[in-house]
Write a protein that binds this ligand. Structure first.
Ligand code: 13P
Length: 237
């Protein structure tokens, strides 16, 4: 089964280090059948465009502003990253929710801004899931859902070496699908892409990725080593 393999660099690597990483990954990813995405820091996105364009590896940002443009010093807009060739953006990571106090309301606005700018959204949720009601028509929402990847990341599993069991993951994935089914449609619930994140690495990736309820994984620490990331990304599941 074709899976979605995502690497979230968080605030790691310098642009120069990333350049080497991107060149290596582009080569190693040749012939891979999985969908591969890396999300480096903003400062690396133009390098991602330069060194990953034309390769099997797509790229995205780790965050965007909820606003389109204006007096928001230090913020980066959806349009800016889209212009640099990003196809994805991570929204609502637990780092953002916890450390930067992003509320569901802000996250909801960021999702809408990202989708309005043609970006695919990797929406991270923790143990509590609150999906905001959209005032758009059903078809529009269905289309939006197609562009959303939900990353289920139990906060206690992030960077701790502990992972949720497959039983727990499947149960949560089912809850998320049911919620989407209820809020939108049976089709949306079935088709939404759901990945798991939280200490996925060399020791446990096989067991987690082959969980049939999941569409893929979101890796933090493990994606920083290009050999590990490429190995996991290249495999047929
Ligand atoms: P780790 O894989 O380092 O636990 O990080 C997971 C994560 O938060 C990815 O966004």
């Amino acid at each position: 089964m074709k899976k979605l393999i995502i690497g979230n660099f968080k605030m790691n690597t310098t642009p120069s280090e990333f350049k080497t990483y991107a060149m290596t990954l582009a080569t190693k990813a040749r012939g891979a059948r999985n969908n591969i995405v890396v999300c480096p820091p903003f400062t690396h996105l133009s390098l991602a465009k330069e060194f990953l364009s034309g390769s099997k590896v797509a790229f995205g940002a780790q965050n965007i502003s909820a606003e389109e443009s204006g007096s928001f010093t230090g913020e980066i807009s959806a349009k800016m990253i889209k212009d640099l060739g990003a196809t994805y953006v991570i929204v609502g990571h637990s780092d953002r929710r916890g450390l930067f106090k992003e509320s569901d309301k802000t996250i909801n606005k960021k999702i809408k801004t990202a989708l309005a700018n043609g970006l695919k959204v990797i929406l991270c949720v923790g143990e509590s899931l609150q999906i905001r009601e959209s005032k758009q028509t059903q078809n529009f929402v269905r289309k939006q859902i197609e562009s959303v990847v939900i990353a289920y990341e139990p906060i206690w599993a992030i960077g701790t070496g502990k992972t949720a069991t497959n039983k727990d993951i499947s149960k949560m994935v089912e809850i998320i699908r049911k919620e989407i089914e209820g809020q939108f449609s049976a089709k949306a619930g079935k088709n939404i892409t759901i990945v798991y994140g939280g200490s996925v690495g060399l020791k446990n990736y096989k067991k987690i990725i082959t969980n049939e309820s999941l569409d893929g994984v979101l890796m933090g620490g493990a994606c920083l080593d290009v050999d590990t990331f490429a190995l996991i990304a290249r495999e047929n599941y």
